[in-house]
Design a protein around this ligand. Structure first.
Ligand code: MOS
Length: 716
């Protein structure tokens, strides 16, 4: 049987993951391996005065204590411009290009990796790290975004405008002008960051839990001044990432330095607590959204500005005005997302960076506008539907947002909603219904794939991409099988290794589109190449033709490599859309919010596997419920430190928090977005969940919560 693309094939890696057969980075035990434990800065700003490693070095099993006092000097990192990065598929590199471990005594934030202790066992390394005595020259630390808000600057060059939004807002008959806040949040993948590094002369091998192995390869070639071919990076199974493993973080550099110094393989496993300090987070944002509308609901002005936390050592800016460009057809639009540089850990991409916090603000404000206009929130969105890209004016490659509203609203029963707040209840619980739109761009980067047909008719497809739970390995197998017209069981997909053809960072929801286009191209070429051997039309080949042709020509195998690239000029704006409808219940006495049900519809182009796609959406929505109600990393501004750095106090949704989630896959054909017609679905699921819940909470209680998460005390 030939599986069609889209069929809900089981995950090819599912059995190994659930039976313990999957080996993650830190499970690679090389001969003579040693263990590294990190020492973190206890202060947020200043310099290291001294490091006393005496006791640590005398402690059992300790091999070395490495810090800026004795570490090898590395080459300064190259920092390619954003344009160069994109052209080379080079997004995501050193997370902190201005803080290479052990190169200086400067302290930029609490938790900075300042030394690594290497020992013969993990326990000896941890014990040794506890014995390292560090003294500091502290400096005044900037830890409070509010206090330094006036110093915000537009690091990402995010400012854009269409028309005169401020003038239009001033004269608009109906206005909403509010400030929304989102807190620090941490990705917390189940598998914390980890690596095994081993040197052999000037050859480096790394097993890294990474979303971006080719960038890791380039980074170490550059830092150590060795050819890129000398650096072999593998990212086998990855136990979740969500953006936190898209960059080379200091612990990776520390582990590689340590292995170089001790001349043995070194394993570094970041602890849950350590993960909170130097592996990235979604930074705090403060966002003003000002909406001006006519009395019919048509937006005349959309202003979106504010700030997010960043620091001096990273280049990250939370681009919360990205969705502002795309979501509504306002006549006048202005957006900017500056950063405030503080002595706090480096922020980074976290599932739907930009879009997710940005849409919390926009979609909350749209709900407030619907209330001000006494208009149905769906109707308000339809009135402002963007038929073309609102800022660029380009046509969409495809767009099915209206179908998303319609289908999700119908299944939810939205037409029965009484718009009056506090009008619906179930016993002592207030019931609220809210909705919000979702959107995320359909990106694509250059990617290559190789396809090899063996004489037995089996096929190996290879591309150095990553599988961190999205279903990549499964859908690539399906794509190749369908393109060749053979059963999926005959196809193996190899990934996670820099000796394979190049693939981009697995982020920005672009793996299916980028790597999928390469796999599709390679399989198409392979089919042609084999058909040409017999001089037949490729379309005439069947599942049984292949090995017969190879046998006739005495061939052990036939292979092709295909380099897929997005077009230089893009006449269309490519974007996925969706909509969430949420029912919450709120206990009237102790205002605990429960999300009773969510109906969400998404149009993400062609769906490659219904099962893994649904799973991506479910994961995004679940993470969105966490963002709305639970997730927040608490910052003690006195010390610039996070305080709830464990799973007991950093709350994420668990089974009782998740009730009914109903996902509708709206069929959508897109002839333009890329050769396979898939837009990418990894991130859009989370976008819009938090505002849909906040809007439902308003409908239930009459209380508008503009700062996440929506906790009991904010509703008291
Ligand atoms: Mo994602 S935050 O682009 O891994």
């Amino acid at each position: 049987m030939i599986p069609d693309i889209g069929k809900p094939l089981d995950r090819v890696d599912g059995r190994r993951k659930t039976s313990g057969g999957a080996r993650y980075a830190a499970e690679h035990n090389l001969p003579n391996i040693s263990y590294g434990a990190l020492v973190m800065s206890a202060i947020p700003a200043g310099t290291i005065k001294s490091i006393d490693a005496g006791a640590a070095l005398k402690s059992p099993g300790v091999i070395a204590v490495i810090s800026h006092l004795n570490a090898p000097k590395l080459n300064a990192p190259q920092t390619p411009s954003q344009g160069q990065q994109q052209a080379a598929g080079m997004s995501g590199n050193l997370a902190e290009p201005r803080n290479i471990p052990f190169q200086s005594n400067a302290i930029h934030y609490t938790g900075q990796r300042i030394a690594i202790v290497v020992a013969d066992t993990l326990e000896h390394a941890i014990h040794g790290a506890e014995l390292v005595k560090v003294s500091y020259n502290p400096a005044n630390a900037r830890t409070d975004m509010q206090k330094f808000r006036g110093e915000a600057f537009d690091r990402a060059k995010s400012a854009f405008s269409k028309g005169d939004a401020d003038a239009a807002f001033a004269s608009a008959p109906v206005k909403v002008d509010q400030t929304y806040r989102t807190p620090h949040e941490h990705h917390n993948p189940m598998e914390a960051h980890s690596l095994v590094a081993a040197w052999n002369g000037d050859h480096l091998t790394i097993y890294d839990s990474s979303q971006n192995i080719f960038a890791v390869q380039r980074t170490f070639a550059q830092l150590f001044g060795i050819p890129k071919e000398n650096v072999h990076v593998m990212s086998p199974f990855v136990g979740g990432a969500f953006g936190s493993k898209g960059s080379t973080w200091p612990h990776v550099v520390a582990g590689v330095i340590a292995s170089r110094v001790v001349g043995r393989p070194v394993k570094v496993v970041v602890t849950r607590r350590e993960l909170f300090f130097a592996n990235g987070h979604r930074p705090e944002t403060e966002q003003r959204v000002a909406l001006g509308a006519n009395s019919d609901g048509k937006l005349v002005a959309l202003i979106h500005e504010g700030a997010s936390q960043s620091n001096d050592v990273c280049d990250y800016a939370e681009r919360f005005v990205r969705p502002t460009r795309a979501i509504y057809a306002a006549a006048n639009i202005r957006g900017i997302n500056p950063v405030v540089s503080l002595n706090l850990p480096s922020p980074t991409y976290m599932r739907a960076p930009g879009e997710n916090p940005g849409m919390f603000a926009i979609e909350s404000a749209m709900d407030e506008l619907a209330v001000a206009l006494n208009m149905d929130p769906v109707q308000l969105r339809l009135v402002n539907h963007a038929d073309v890209d609102p800022v660029e004016g380009k046509p969409w490659s495809s767009k099915s947002l209206k179908q998303c509203y319609q289908q999700a609203a119908d299944r939810f029963g939205w037409s029965k909603r009484n718009p009056e707040p506090k009008s619906m209840r179930n016993g002592r619980n207030l019931i609220g219904w809210g909705m919000a739109s979702a959107t995320y761009p359909a990106h694509r980067s250059p990617a290559s794939a190789r396809a090899t047909m063996k004489s037995d008719g089996t096929v190996v497809v290879a591309s150095g991409t990553h599988e961190m739970g999205m279903g990549t390995a499964t859908v690539m197998r399906q794509l190749a099988a369908e393109t060749l017209g053979i059963p999926a069981e005959r196809v193996t997909f190899e990934y996670g290794d820099t000796t394979l053809p190049q693939a981009p960072i697995s982020a920005g929801s672009m793996t299916a589109a980028s790597v999928g286009s390469a796999v599709f191209g390679a399989a198409t070429e392979l089919r042609k190449k084999i058909a040409a051997l017999d001089g037949v039309d490729p379309s005439t080949l069947t599942a049984d033709s292949y090995h017969a042709i190879l046998a006739r020509h005495y061939l052990d195998h036939v292979d092709t490599q295909f380099d897929a690239k997005p077009p230089e000029e893009e006449p269309y704006t490519t974007q996925a859309f969706g909509a969430h409808f949420v029912e919450v219940s709120v206990d009237e006495e102790i205002p605990v919010v429960k999300v009773q049900r969510i109906v969400s519809a998404f149009a993400g182009g062609r769906i490659l596997n219904e099962k893994t796609a649904r799973s991506q959406y479910l994961g995004g929505i679940t993470q969105g419920i966490g963002m709305a109600l639970l997730e927040q990393t608490h910052l003690d501004k006195r010390y610039g430190t996070y305080t709830n750095v464990n799973f007991a106090e950093y709350l994420v949704p668990v089974n009782p928090d998740i009730r009914s989630i109903d996902v509708i896959l709206v069929p959508e054909e897109d002839q333009h977005v890329n050769p396979i017609g898939a837009k990418g679905i990894g991130e859009i699921g989370i976008v819009g969940v938090a505002p849909a819940i906040a809007n439902a909470v308003y409908h239930a209680t009459g209380k508008r919560i503009r700062d996440l998460p929506i906790t009991i005390e904010k509703l008291m």
